[in-house]
Design a protein around this ligand. Structure first.
Ligand SMILES: C[S@@+](CC[C@H](N)C(=O)[O-])C[C@H]1O[C@@H](n2cnc3c(N)ncnc32)[C@H](O)[C@@H]1O
Length: 269
């Protein structure tokens, strides 16, 4: 589908800004258009003004559009409470039983999530030289994965990090950006991987963090994913979901809640 003329694009952008409070001017126009085209394909509309009419008449589409526009959105320590629990409860519980842990960060986007986990892990490793860890970080989108591997972030991404964290784990570059230090990068292996493939990136994992990824998945695909994660975790291994995500009826018996508000579960045997 190619759209040559405005076809109501400006009106649609205004509607998005007013209703979803997403500033379209923050994004490249091409990006916005690609995301809109994908929603237009899914809704069977073929012009921006037609899609705008659809949007006004079908309220649930607003949420789909929000998700489409923020598809790769992520940040360091997104949902601080979850990270506090991982640091205070999950990691210490895991290290009680073993000296090295294996984590899969699935749907890692531009890397902020695996680097947040790696910062906590690295701080623990500095305090106890006998422990270590490995993070597999995967995403279906190779463009974001390339950025994740580079580990270079603008100053505005660093807001949630303490001065100590920035100093310990990042180098300030001459252009004002911040680059992740090699000791952090060495804890992570970035790989392309499709979560719909049915195959885990590895097995005998101690923790899987798969957050804010399943918004487009059908209920059946979400159940299949939970079963795949169950099989990939060691018994008692941890599964961390996004705060708005949930386990379907068919699979909730596979996991026990550790904290059902922060969506942290453990694998039942
Ligand atoms: C909103 S971001 C979430 C990033 C991070 N997990 C977080 O919570 O901040 C969703 C990511 O899931 C990835 N994704 C979507 N479908 C996927 C699939 N089938 N397999 C692997 N990754 C997928 C997208 O490419 C995107 O980078």
């Amino acid at each position: 589908m190619t759209l040559e003329k405005d076809d109501g694009f400006s009106a649609l952008k205004r509607y998005i800004e007013q209703t979803l409070k997403i500033q379209c001017s923050n994004y490249k126009e091409d990006y916005i258009k690609r995301r809109l085209l994908s929603r237009m394909r899914s809704t069977g509309t073929s012009a921006y003004d037609e899609y705008l009419r659809y949007l006004r008449e079908h309220e649930p589409e607003l949420e789909n559009l929000r998700n489409a526009l923020t598809i790769n959105v992520t940040e360091f320590f997104r949902d601080a409470d979850v990270y506090n629990l991982i640091k205070k409860e999950v990691f210490p519980a895991l290290f009680k039983g073993r000296k090295t842990i294996r984590i899969w960060c699935a749907g890692c986007s531009t890397g902020e999530e695996p680097y947040s986990l790696a910062m906590m892990l690295s701080d623990m490793m500095a305090a106890d030289k006998t422990i270590s860890g490995q993070i597999f970080a995967t995403d279906i989108d190779e463009v974001v994965l390339k950025k994740a591997k580079e580990g270079i972030y603008p100053e505005k991404s660093m807001g949630k990090l303490s001065e100590t964290q920035v100093h310990r784990h990042f180098t300030k570059l001459p252009d004002g950006n911040f680059q992740v230090k090699p000791h952090l990068q060495s804890l992570i292996r970035f790989r392309p991987h499709d979560l719909m493939s049915g195959q885990p990136i590895s097995r005998y994992l101690d923790m899987i963090s798969c957050r804010n990824v399943t918004i487009y998945f059908t209920e059946k695909q979400k159940d299949e994913l939970a079963k795949m994660f169950h099989a990939a975790l060691v018994p008692g291994g941890y599964y961390v979901m996004g705060k708005t995500e949930y386990l379907g009826r068919e699979v909730e018996g596979l996991f026990s809640p550790v904290n059902s508000i922060q969506k942290i579960y453990t694998r039942k045997d």
